[in-house]
Design a protein around this ligand. Structure first.
Ligand SMILES: NC(=O)c1ccc[n+]([C@@H]2O[C@H](COP(=O)([O-])OP(=O)(O)OC[C@H]3O[C@@H](n4cnc5c(N)ncnc54)[C@H](OP(=O)(O)O)[C@@H]3O)[C@@H](O)[C@H]2O)c1
Length: 321
């Protein structure tokens, strides 16, 4: 497994991480079907043997369930993993000062994760401009107290990254990027110029780029959060177009999943890609993207053209809701 340093932090992360949103399962309206908590724990523990040390979660995933599963899995092995979690950038209680909101939510995450520190603490979306100084002050205090090692933000907006950098030590950004989602390109360029670390979310377009839904959505559980969103004519037609990506697996050199992850990994500015995985088998295939052949420049161009023509209709996730 290749390890990359996250920006200026000195934190070494595997270039392939584990997105733990699906591990929220059906709890708190997360609605990821096919999740078994014991298998989630085994998957997180198995990551270590595959060389994966990076876990991404959020306090909001399944109302804390994803964090609780990580806490359970890492008992006795905490120091071998890098945990990235998130906090909303504004309180749902207008009377609660934002500094207090952030400090309180950090305590909640520490408790659920059963740890004394969070490695990477991310704002789960863009704060209001007026709140930025207090937010950076609160995050800086958490660093000083040793409760978090660094902080960053999940956003596409380079101007927001720039504003936060002017106020304090912003270390990283979480950005969406994939064969069907070019929106993150500007953020990646900015991150590379400023030496910000990057974690790349939704690299498989929530499963659309795995290839298993190219010909049919019948494999998608009707209880799953994607069922309603995927089951519409524009998605059907986009998936038919995406089936042309199968040229990337010709000769058995890589699977479709690995091609989609490799595409992201070889994009300048990327530190680590964090595909969600529901079980050990998926995690193993994802980890394998580390050592498959990179896409040639020609393959990348063809893949991007297919992605563009597919015109993937779902908006990229942009905030904490
Ligand atoms: N705003 C934010 O900050 C934000 C937003 C979204 C996500 N994220 C983070 O980014 C991570 C990744 O995004 P995501 O999980 O939404 O989507 P994703 O990584 O694009 O897709 C994950 C889904 O693809 C399928 N899959 C994964 N590996 C597979 C394999 N090897 N073979 C077959 N199917 C496979 C699984 O679903 P099925 O098997 O059911 O198809 C899995 O749930 C999240 O877990 C979360 O940590 C952050």
């Amino acid at each position: 497994m290749e390890y990359r340093v996250l920006g200026k932090t000195g934190i070494e992360v595997s270039c392939i991480g584990l997105g733990c949103w699906p591990m929220a399962g059906m709890v708190g309206g997360a609605n990821w079907s096919g999740i078994d908590d014991d298998e989630s724990v085994a998957t997180i523990q198995h990551a270590e043997s595959l060389g994966i040390n990076l876990l991404d979660t959020a306090n909001g995933y399944g109302a804390g369930h994803s964090e609780r599963i990580i806490g359970r899995a890492l008992l006795g092995r905490r120091e071998r993993y890098v945990i990235a979690t998130k906090v909303a950038p504004r309180s749902d209680d207008p009377d609660e000062p934002i500094q207090q909101f952030i400090a309180r939510n950090c305590e909640g995450s520490l408790e659920r994760l059963q740890t004394e520190y969070i490695d990477i603490y991310q704002l789960h979306g863009e704060p209001d401009e007026a709140d930025m100084p207090q937010i950076v002050e609160a995050l800086t205090r958490l660093v000083e107290e040793g409760k978090i090692r660094c902080f960053g933000i999940s956003t596409y907006e380079t101007e927001v990254m720039r504003s936060l950098m002017s106020l304090g030590d912003l270390a990283m950004a979480q950005i969406g990027y994939s064969i069907v989602n070019p929106v993150g390109k500007a953020g990646l360029r900015f991150a590379a110029e400023e030496n910000l670390g990057t974690l790349i979310r939704v690299p498989l377009a929530q499963g659309a780029l795995t290839g298993k839904y190219f010909d049919s959505l019948s494999r998608l559980d009707t209880q799953d959060r994607r069922h309603e969103r995927f089951d519409n004519p524009r998605i059907h037609s986009a998936l038919r177009k995406l089936s042309e990506l199968s040229f990337l697996v010709a000769g058995g050199k890589r699977t479709m999943v690995q091609a989609a992850l490799r595409f992201v990994l070889d994009t300048p500015g990327v530190t680590s890609v964090i595909p969600g995985a529901k079980n050990r088998a998926q995690l193993e295939e994802n980890a394998g993207a580390d050592c498959v052949p990179p896409l040639s420049p020609d393959e990348r161009m063809r893949a991007l053209a297919i992605g563009r023509e597919a015109d993937w209709p779902l908006p990229p996730y942009t905030n904490w809701t």
